[in-house]
Design a protein around this ligand. Structure first.
Ligand SMILES: Nc1nc2c(c(=O)[nH]1)N[C@H]1C(S)=C(S)[C@@H](COP(=O)(O)O)O[C@H]1N2
Ligand SMILES: [Mo]
Length: 379
C-alpha cells in the first residue's frame, strides 16, 4: 500500500501533527472504508436450531416470515390492560411509515463482542405510534417483544423496555422503532426481516429480529433473554475504539498506516487517541500515568448522504455533530520515521464527558470496551 508525500501532508494538515482529531479524507491509495455495511455482511448473532433465516419455502410462510404472511400482535398479560388489541400486517405498517417514518444510522454491536457487527441505515415506525393505536392502558409497566421461534425454549429470544422508554424521550432523540428497511431495501431475512425492532441506544440484544409479538405487562423486571449470563440488560452503547486488524503485523519501510473503527455510544465521541511504545517485553498498564496519548484522525462524514431526513442530519444533509452517536466512525493513524524494531500500540476513545475508555464503566458485561493492544514489527 503506497502512501504518498501528499498523503502525509494531508494527514498532518488535518491535525495529526497538531494533536487534535479533525476529519480528514483517507490517504490516496488507501481504500475508503464503506460507511454502511451490506445487509448480508453483518456479523450474525442469532439463536436457534434451525436459525430462522435458514427456513425456506412453506416453512417460511408457515412461520409468517414473508412480507405477505407477516403479522404483529400486541396483547396484554398479568394485570396490564388496554382497550384495543392490535393485529397489524406488513402493508399497514408501511402505511404508518408514510406518515410517521424515521431514518436512523445505527451500528449493531453485541454486548459481548469487542467490535461493531455492521452498520445500517434503518427505516421504520416508532413503537409508540403503534401503542397509541391501542387506546387507554392501565397497569402497564413494561413492554416485552419476541422474535419468531419454533416453540422451542432454546430458540426463544426476547427483550423488553420500560413503557416510559417507549413513549417518552428528550426532544431530538429517537424512540425505539419497528424497522422494515435497511440501507434502502426491505430488511432481508438474514438481518431479521421482514420486521425488526431497533432500540437506538442499546446493544444488539434489544434489537429483536423476526419481530412478531409484543406483550404489555405489569411485570417491572428486565427479564430479557440477555439478563442471563451475567449481562447488564440495561447497558447503553459504549464509546470505544477498535483496531481493524488486532493481530500482529509486519510493516516494511515507509510510513506505517494503522486503522480502526470506533463505536460512538451514548456519551458521544470527542477524540480517538493512541499510545505507541517500543515493545521491550515488559508489560504496560493501559492507564499508565506516564503514557503519552496522541490524536488519531477521524474520517469525515460520507459525502453522499444528502438531505434524506436521516436522524442527526440537518436539511442540507450536514450532520449536526460528527461523529454521530450510535453509529461508527473510522479512524486512521499514520506513523512516520519509526526505527526498525518491535512496537506495541494502544487506542482509546475520549467521550464527550471527558472519560477515556474504558471509564467510567469498565464492567465488560455491559459492553466490551477494554483498551485494545496491538503488537507490530517495523522492518
Ligand atoms: N430473534 C432474535 N433476535 C435477535 C437475536 C436472536 O438470537 N434472535 N440476537 C440478538 C443479539 S444478541 C444481537 S447482538 C443482534 C445481532 O444482530 P445481527 O445478527 O443483525 O448482526 O441481534 C439480536 N436480535
Ligand atoms: Mo448479542
Amino acid at each position: 500500500m503506497a502512501v504518498t508525500r501528499r498523503d502525509l501532508l494531508s494527514l498532518s494538515a488535518a491535525g495529526l501533527v497538531a494533536g487534535t482529531a479533525r476529519a480528514a479524507a483517507p490517504p490516496d491509495g488507501v481504500p475508503a472504508r464503506p460507511y454502511l455495511t451490506p445487509a448480508k455482511d453483518f456479523a450474525d448473532v442469532s439463536r436457534g436450531s434451525p436459525v430462522p433465516h435458514s427456513l425456506k419455502g412453506d416453512a417460511l410462510v408457515k412461520a409468517g416470515l414473508t412480507p405477505a404472511t407477516w403479522k404483529l400482535d400486541i396483547t396484554a398479560e398479568d394485570k396490564a390492560t388496554f382497550r384495543k388489541p392490535l393485529s397489524l400486517d406488513f402493508k399497514s405498517l408501511l402505511r404508518l411509515g408514510e406518515k410517521h417514518g424515521v431514518k436512523f444510522l445505527k451500528a449493531m454491536q453485541c454486548n459481548n463482542i469487542p467490535r461493531p457487527l455492521g452498520q445500517g441505515l434503518w427505516e421504520g415506525v416508532p413503537l409508540r405510534v403503534l401503542l397509541n393505536l391501542c387506546g387507554e392502558m392501565n397497569n402497564v409497566r413494561r413492554v416485552f417483544y419476541h422474535g419468531f421461534h419454533n416453540n422451542e425454549p432454546k430458540q426463544m429470544f426476547r427483550s423488553s423496555l420500560a413503557l416510559s422508554q417507549v413513549l417518552d424521550g428528550p426532544p431530538g432523540e429517537l424512540p425505539p422503532f419497528l424497522a422494515y428497511r435497511l440501507n434502502g431495501e426491505p430488511i432481508p431475512l438474514v438481518r431479521g426481516g421482514p420486521v425488526r425492532m431497533i432500540v437506538p441506544w442499546a446493544h444488539g440484544f434489544k434489537s429483536i429480529k423476526w419481530l412478531q409479538k409484543i406483550t404489555l405487562t405489569n411485570d417491572h423486571k428486565t427479564n430479557d433473554t440477555y439478563a442471563d449470563a451475567n449481562n447488564d440488560p440495561e447497558s447503553y452503547l459504549k464509546t470505544a475504539a477498535y483496531f481493524d486488524e488486532t493481530r500482529h503485523q509486519t510493516f516494511g519501510p515507509g510510513p506505517v498506516l494503522i486503522r480502526g473503527t470506533c463505536m460512538v455510544g451514548w456519551p458521544g465521541l470527542q477524540r480517538v487517541e493512541y499510545w505507541l511504545r517500543a515493545d521491550d517485553g515488559r508489560k504496560a498498564a493501559d492507564d499508565d500515568p506516564t503514557a503519552e496519548w496522541k490524536a488519531c484522525v477521524i474520517d469525515p462524514p460520507p459525502a453522499d448522504f444528502g438531505a434524506r431526513g436521516i436522524w442527526g442530519f440537518d436539511d442540507a444533509g450536514k450532520p449536526k455533530e460528527w461523529p454521530l452517536r450510535y453509529s461508527i466512525a473510522h479512524w486512521s493513524l499514520l506513523l512516520r520515521g519509526l526505527k526498525p524494531g518491535e512496537y506495541e500500540i494502544r487506542v482509546r476513545t475520549v467521550d464527550k464527558n471527558g472519560f477515556a475508555q474504558p471509564e467510567p464503566r469498565p464492567y465488560q458485561k455491559s459492553g466490551k470496551n477494554a483498551v485494545q493492544v496491538k503488537k507490530f514489527t517495523r522492518k
